[in-house]
Design a protein around this ligand. Structure first.
Ligand code: FE2
Length: 585
């Protein structure tokens, strides 16, 4: 039997995915979860300790494993082929005058970047080999599996494969937009009859992803920490400032329907001018007007790429993937601004998702007639990660009489009641979500009705900036009653506008501009979470919960029941549900 281990091998957000002999995704998870280090920079995706357990769980003895990684070999020629330092690097460097420029001259920074990507490619699969050898040594038996080959696939093709094959569509056009692939930062692909073909690849170092990263830094945040999404949260508080907008517009112009990114000198000059205008408190509070202008520019430039997608790959169905697919604010508007009528954005559009893409591409290479994954995985569920063991809850119960195994029905009923009374509930069920969002399996939940729920949650658990909105999880059938132009949003991938008449009922999940980044919940996708929201609706009449990720600031989403118990006792959570266990304070 042949398995396919996909590895996302960028130096940030490494992840792995295991695809079985029939093309089914058996498992997918970012390395940060196992390691409990946010974004796991420069870590291997297939940590040997992680792999040992995975191999035992999924790969029977005598199997073969094909290792597939998410960067093709061309990327080095591309980076080396440019004389001096290009716009690609300056997007990052212009933003870090104090940190990066002091430690590295740009030429060195470029080498560091190449070295990091090189190192990540070179060690792809090593963790798996080590795990196989260690197991063999421990048991004295032959290794469980042999590595039957190591392959590399182009970065944007991996994004597209995950987005298109994981979509509900038989035919669709994918727009990939990110920081950088091997030869550029955007590409178009087409799915037809199960086959994926490239329509166009953008070339050059201009990058919408890095442009957004630069705006992130200039607004007082840190793109290296992945804080781009704070721009989205802050933008509605800002005002369109014509001078700032004009400055930003110099970074990328539109000529003949194409994006034309500025040269390095212009980027540096613009960054310097913007920095000179920056309010003194931007480092602490963020710069809302710049966020607003930056988000507006991003939307306009994305429109150009989507228009190109519509022209080169006419279709009703659009897939957006690559890191820029995390811009839920744009995703929520794109259908109204384009000829496409349906949108799919996968749960992990950034580089972690490429683990699935690479594994599927390897599978497809060995099965030329394959027309995409089995129907049960169309669209692909986000619940592909680890389960938690409840052993820690059993141990807790030996010392804490309020920790009890009450069964799923009682845990759901009790949690709904606590939530309706204004309590905060940590909620851990089933398999972890693949991608950055907690979608009801590793979530902290709260009542969205009290005006002060957001501040209370920040004060007791999350400790994050007041401007950042909390997201609503809503029963899908109720969606049209609460949102204008409602569209299914299973992965919390789009931001929609609340109906004006309902906003006062759920103020904790209504953002400054009247929007919410919703998760549409159905019993088919997540029975436990749907049952909880329904139970909450029975008590309150509101089929909506405030849903935020189960972590504390600066940490990844939790990975074990121990993590959950620790957070329960060190934060202001009122109850914790782990599977069918309940503990209350
Ligand atoms: Fe990417």
């Amino acid at each position: 039997m042949r398995f396919y281990l996909g590895l996302a091998t960028t130096f940030h957000d490494p992840a792995l995915a295991l695809v079985g002999p029939d093309g089914t995704v058996l498992f997918a998870e970012a390395a940060e979860r196992f390691l409990q280090v946010k974004r796991a920079p420069n870590c291997e995706p297939d940590n040997p300790a992680r792999m040992a357990a995975l191999l035992q769980a999924y790969v029977p003895p005598g199997s073969e494993i094909v290792v597939a990684s998410s960067w093709g070999p061309q990327f080095t020629e591309f980076l080396r082929g440019q004389a001096g330092v290009g716009a690609f690097d300056l997007m990052a460097l212009a933003a870090h005058p104090t940190a990066l420029n002091r430690s590295f001259v740009p030429e060195q920074a470029e080498r560091v970047f190449i070295a990091d990507l090189h190192a990540a490619q070179a060690r792809a699969g090593h963790g798996t080999l080590l795990a196989l050898m260690q197991e063999g040594r421990a048991t004295g038996a032959a290794p469980r599996a042999t590595v039957a080959g190591q392959r590399r696939y182009p970065h944007h093709r991996c994004h597209a494969a995950y987005g298109l094959w994981g979509s509900p569509f038989d035919a669709a056009t994918a727009l990939v937009v990110d920081g950088m692939g091997e030869t550029g930062a955007a590409a178009l692909y087409r799915l037809d009859g199960g086959r994926i073909t490239e329509l166009r690849r953008h070339r050059g170092r201009g990058s919408l992803g890095f442009l957004y990263g630069l705006i992130t830094d200039l607004a007082g945040f840190d793109q290296v920490k992945g804080e781009e999404w704070k721009i989205m949260g802050l933008a509605p508080y800002g005002h369109p400032d014509p001078d700032l907008a004009a400055l930003l517009a110099r970074l990328c112009t539109v000529e003949g329907g194409r994006l034309r990114f500025a040269e390095a000198a212009t980027i540096q000059a613009v960054a310097a001018e913007i920095r000179a205008r920056r309010p003194a408190d931007a480092e602490e509070t963020g710069w809302a007007d710049l966020a607003r202008c930056g988000q507006d520019l991003f939307c306009d430039l994305m429109d150009v790429l989507v228009a190109e997608a519509a022209a080169l790959g006419p279709s009703d169905n659009l897939v957006i993937t690559g890191g820029c697919g995390l811009n839920s604010s744009y995703n929520g508007r794109v259908l109204g601004r384009s000829g496409f009528t349906r949108l799919h954005v996968p749960s992990a559009p950034a580089d972690d998702g490429n683990a699935v893409g690479a594994a599927w591409l390897a599978f497809a290479e060995d099965h030329p007639d394959w027309a995409g994954p089995p129907a049960a995985q169309r669209p692909l569920s986000p619940y592909l990660g680890s389960r938690v063991s409840t052993t820690a809850m059993e141990r807790l119960a030996e010392q804490e009489p309020r920790a009890r195994r009450v069964g799923h029905a009682e845990a759901t009923r009790a949690a709904a009641k606590i939530l309706a009374a204004g309590g905060l509930v940590g909620w851990v069920q089933g398999r972890a979500e693949f991608g950055p969002r907690a979608l009801g399996n590793r979530s902290i939940l709260a009542d969205p009705r009290p005006e002060g729920a957001k501040d209370a949650l920040n004060a007791k658990v999350k400790y994050r900036e007041a401007f950042r909105p909390f997201a609503p999880a809503i029963l899908a059938e109720a969606g049209p009653d609460w949102f204008e132009a409602y569209a299914d949003s299973p992965y919390m991938e789009r931001t929609l506008i609340w109906r004006a008449e309902v906003r006062a009922r759920v103020p904790a999940v209504v953002h400054q501009d009247g929007t919410g980044r919703l998760q549409s919940v159905t019993a088919a996708r997540n029975p436990a979470f749907a049952a909880l929201i329904a139970a909450f609706a029975d008590v309150t009449g509101v089929p909506i919960l405030l849903n935020t990720s189960f972590n504390v600031m600066g940490k990844p989403i939790l990975h074990s029941a121990e993590d959950a118990i620790l957070m329960f006792y060190t934060t202001g959570l009122d109850a914790l549900v782990v599977e069918d266990w309940l503990v209350v304070k």
